[in-house]
Write a protein that binds this ligand. Structure first.
Ligand code: 5GP
Ligand code: ZN
Length: 113
């Protein structure tokens, strides 16, 4: 999708610090980390702007992302655990309208919200 920063990262037009990649998804370090480990996981295809656009027809990519998260967390050595975040819409502070999930960890995290 034009003017989508995560589509540009997926296409390699904007460089990123990759931690995991396969044919369907990419995980890279967040440019403004909110924790010692902060990784963003995206589908390479612009399948949805947010979780609100997930349907029975396109949910397979979410399943694939969730199946990959444990191995990404293991590669990141998040042995003490981690938090998975999906900001959906303005009240959640979503800034990039390309479906994505955050992995946060590397310390004992504070309470949410
Ligand atoms: P959201 O707030 O939409 O849930 O998350 C978007 C995330 O993308 C933010 O944490 C922001 O720091 C990150 N981000 C935005 N632009 C870039 C970029 O060009 N490179 C990287 N690595 N992260 C970005
Ligand atoms: Zn996109």
């Amino acid at each position: 999708m034009d003017n989508c920063i995560f589509c540009k990262i997926a296409a390699g037009e904007i460089p990123s610090n990759k931690v995991y990649e396969d044919d369907k998804i990419l995980a890279f370090r967040d440019i403004e980390p909110q924790a010692p480990v902060h990784v963003v996981i995206i589908p390479k295809q612009h399948v949805a702007g947010s979780m609100n656009e997930i349907t029975a027809e396109n949910a397979e990519i979410v399943s694939h992302i969730f199946c990959c998260i444990p191995k990404i967390a293991a590669e990141l050595k998040l042995d003490g655990g981690y938090r998975l975040v999906c900001n959906c819409g303005p009240d959640a502070g979503q800034t990039v309208r390309h479906l994505h999930f955050h992995i946060l960890g590397g310390k004992t995290l504070g309470a949410m919200a």
